[in-house]
Ligand binder design. Structure first.
Ligand code: ARG
Length: 557
């Protein structure tokens, strides 16, 4: 509709391009202010006329069969479209495009590397890693739809002194069988035990450091253990990823960069950027603390590795953009990282972005995976699925694939609860709340979609080539909402946030449910096909929208 309005206006406004007009058009907050509104204040400077006068004049000169009614109010031109003409096109376009609706070539195949999830081996998958996974995955899906080429990289925390400790702990207290059966909890148990014991046995820490040193020097036995720890951990992470419906293009983590850091340090030396400070090697930076490159004992740091990583990604993928989905608490690290690359002369550093997010809270406190009160993501997901099943059973008893559907509903609830909030905010984790069938929940969307499909099944008509030929007035809110799907996707991409898409889907579902309460569908033969067509269009958008959030939608629920 914006396109249409802009092209109508452009015939009367010569000194603005269609795109400029498009950018000025607003979506009024109130129904009475029209479907769209054009403010005439910018024109006023050009034409040296009062905006009210301009609006009046435009109103008188515009003639279009697509417009039902146009009014000039306080310098705004408010337009009401003719639902028959405009609405039919909107619905039929969606029915024609099906799941390709919303595809837009904004990215032109530009490569975007995305650092997503990146948990640490031998430690539990934290709620922060969950947020990174969910937010990053959705952004990758949205950008793919806009014809970018996302490369999802799981930068595993698979190297560091914790492996020395783990090796020692495993040799002292571990069993192969227990680790194989239950890798993450078992390795974590060893890790925690190591720390507990080390509190009154200083030799343990020394043994841990020594083991890590031997690992770094390539001691075969330790390398084998490390590989095994990594392998079994990755396998159980992959079970989580499968449930969350995400795959990665690469699992190159920290260890992958072991042999790539020397070059970076050399380069920094050659560029004379390194200085020695208390025995450590650092890069001083303007307006922020210096970046630590080497400790005084010569070992490298998180920063050194991320420098090697960034350079490798540029060389290997030639990205146009490089995103890191990592929590707020690492803001300084990424600022420094980008700044070091900038002073190294890498102009592409300006195309790197740290996409941050807040914490997950339970009863207002950080949902922690630390010692003492560890929460394993697997348990969280299981709990969500159990509750989902219970809630579904209360409503319907006939579902044959209830386990599959409960999984989609439970996992969907966890994902949606994350994505519907602006990512910068901390979010509250309350399973009861997020599995309510009404309200701003995923289940509400899934029920809405299932209801639509139940009606379509009941109507028993051929939907493959369905078209709408006349529209009822009650459908207008739905139509207006359907019309903005493309825009919402672009805006979500620009804000690097799926919150807008989530809220949009909720609003569309509410419009549908209002419509459904007002009109008769099955027992009105005359309008049956037209109304089913609208329902199908809503479902296409809801299913595709949820897919872009990483959520599956059962058609029976
Ligand atoms: N493993 C890190 C952590 O859990 C996150 C890694 C993020 N990515 C990166 N390239 N630094 O804190």
């Amino acid at each position: 509709m914006k396109q249409l309005f802009a092209s109508i206006l452009s015939k009367h406004i010569e000194f603005l391009t269609i795109d400029e007009i498009l950018n000025l058009i607003e979506q009024p907050k109130h129904y009475e202010q029209g479907d769209l509104s054009f403010p005439c204040f910018t024109l006023s400077k050009h034409l040296r006329k009062n905006p009210r006068v301009i609006a009046e004049e435009l109103k008188d000169s515009i003639e279009s069969t697509e417009i039902k009614f146009i009014q000039a109010v306080n310098g705004y031109l408010n337009v009401f479209f003719n639902p028959q003409d405009v609405g039919l096109d909107i619905v039929n376009d969606i029915l024609l495009k099906r799941s390709s609706v919303g595809n837009q070539d904004i990215g032109q195949q530009q490569v975007v590397t995305m650092d997503i999830s990146s948990p640490n081996i031998a430690k539990p998958f934290s709620m922060g890693h969950l947020r990174s996974t969910v937010i990053g995955n959705s952004m990758a899906l949205i950008m793919e739809k806009l014809n970018y080429k996302p490369i999802k990289i799981n930068h595993l925390g698979d190297w560091g002194t914790q492996f020395g400790k783990l090796i020692v702990a495993y040799q002292k207290w571990g069993s192969e069988e227990a680790v194989t059966q239950n890798p993450i909890p078992e390795l974590f148990k060893l890790y925690v035990k190591f720390h507990d014991e080390a509190e009154h046995d200083e030799t343990l820490n020394e043994a841990g450091r020594h083991a890590f040193l031997m690992l770094e020097q390539g001691e075969e036995k330790y390398i084998q253990l490390w590989k095994w720890f990594r392998e079994v951990s990755l396998q159980s992470f992959n079970q989580l990823y499968q449930r969350l419906n995400i795959t990665f293009d690469s699992y190159n983590g920290e260890a992958f960069y072991n042999d790539k850091m020397d070059d970076v340090v050399e380069l920094l030396k050659k560029k004379e950027l390194l200085i020695t400070d208390h025995g450590a090697e650092v890069v001083p930076l303007p307006g922020m603390p210096p970046a630590l490159i080497k400790k005084n004992n010569g070992s490298t740091l998180y920063m050194t590795r991320d420098l090697a990583t960034a350079i490798y990604r540029k060389e290997n993928y030639n990205f146009s953009y490089s995103y890191y989905f990592v929590g707020n608490e690492q803001s300084l690290h990424f600022k420094q990282l980008m700044e070091v690359l900038k002073v190294m002369g890498y102009n592409w550093a300006k195309n790197m972005e740290h996409i941050t997010f807040g914490m997950i809270l339970k009863d207002g406190k950080k949902m922690s995976t630390r010692k003492g009160k560890v929460i394993f993501l697997e348990d969280v997901l299981n709990e969500a699925v159990v509750l989902a099943k219970k809630n579904i059973k209360e409503k319907s008893t006939s579902l044959v694939n209830i386990d599959e559907v409960s999984e989609q509903v439970g996992i969907g609830a966890v994902i949606f609860n994350d994505l519907k909030h602006d990512r910068q905010n901390d979010i509250e984790f309350n399973l009861e709340e997020m599995l309510k069938p009404e309200g701003n929940t995923c289940l509400y969307l899934q029920y809405t979609n299932a209801r639509i499909h139940a009606i379509i099944r009941k109507a028993n008509i051929e939907t493959d080539r369905l078209k709408v030929e006349k529209l009822d007035e009650e459908a207008w809110d739905i139509i207006k909402s359907l019309d903005t799907f493309d825009e919402v996707l672009v805006s979500a991409m620009e804000k690097r946030s799926s919150a807008e898409l989530s809220k949009y889907l909720l609003q569309l579902a509410r419009h549908f449910n209002t419509y459904y309460a007002k009109v008769r569908i099955i027992d009105n033969q005359e309008m049956l096909e037209d109304r089913i067509a609208i329902l199908l269009a809503v479902s296409i958008i809801v299913e595709e929208g949820l897919r872009l959030l990483g959520i599956q939608t059962p058609r029976e629920l």
